[in-house]
Design a protein around this ligand. Structure first.
Ligand code: SAH
Length: 243
């Protein structure tokens, strides 16, 4: 299980002082949203990483969270959230790729409702338990292929994708409300571009933000740890043309 023996407040390398250093770094990296910085100061990132990595939780690096996945580096979480919030204030957000739930926690502290999907069930369950124990009550979880979104609770005025498809899945564009914004890394292998897509009245605008490195968006579901992966379906592909 998670390092729940680690305290919420943290000490030493997980203390407030270490967290303040992370904040300073984020500021020099161009993050200006004070509400977001405050949330990142108060979110116990050391509880989200694998036991043994807590001491490194506030470094600007990706760290293992089990199942061959990584927690996104603080800068990536900050930048994506910043871009999402810059565009009005989304209330009903879809997150694709829950992972350890750290980005979910940051989002849920800033918006009304977060709907989050993950393809690896054990990761999702762990994130769900941890976020519940941290008193979050505005998050819905689903084990599914995020390439299809989560139509039931859409349309969303914000969509944040933490894994990179080679093209933007059509289903996600369909679930983006008019006026809504999607932040998504797109590309093959390590060659990805972080994009911001806005659903305007006459179609979608796509803005290239910067280069990014995320794990690929895979259309395979994992039910349990060590279990063979089953290919259920291929991720939908689409062109980014006006609707
Ligand atoms: N924000 C997360 C990022 C984890 S990495 C964190 O900080 O922990 C990206 C996550 O996306 C991984 O957990 C991976 O399993 C998940 N993922 C990849 N493809 C997916 C898909 N098609 N549907 C849902 N989740 C997916």
């Amino acid at each position: 299980r998670y390092c729940m023996n680690q305290s919420l407040e943290g000490s030493g390398m997980t203390s407030r002082r270490t967290r303040l250093r992370m904040l300073e770094r984020l500021r020099t990296q161009g993050i200006r949203n004070e509400a977001l910085l405050e949330v990142m100061l108060n979110t116990p990132r050391h509880l989200f990483v694998e036991t043994g990595f807590a001491e490194r939780a506030y470094e600007d690096t990706a760290l293992p969270i089990g199942q061959g996945q990584t927690i996104s580096q603080p800068y990536a979480v900050a930048r994506m959230t910043d871009l999402l919030l810059e565009h009005g204030k989304p209330e009903n957000v879809l997150e694709v790729g829950t992972g350890c739930g750290y980005q979910t926690a940051v989002l849920a502290s800033l918006v009304k409702k977060v709907n989050t999907v993950e393809r690896i069930l054990p990761l999702q369950q762990r994130a769900k338990d941890l976020l519940w124990s941290l008193k979050f009550r505005n998050i819905r979880f689903k084990h599914c292929d995020g390439g299809w979104g989560w139509p039931e609770y859409g349309p969303y005025d914000g969509i944040l994708v933490s894994a990179a498809p080679t093209e933007i899945p059509d289903a996600l564009l369909k679930q983006l409300a008019k006026g809504g914004v999607m932040i998504i890394p797109v590309g093959i292998g390590r060659e990805q571009t972080l994009q911001r897509i806005v659903h305007e009245s006459d179609g979608f605008t796509v803005e290239n933000i910067e280069s990014a490195t995320f794990v690929p968006l895979l259309a395979r579901l994992v039910q349990a740890s060590g279990q063979r992966v089953t290919v259920l379906r291929l991720a939908p592909r689409c062109r980014t043309v006006p609707d």
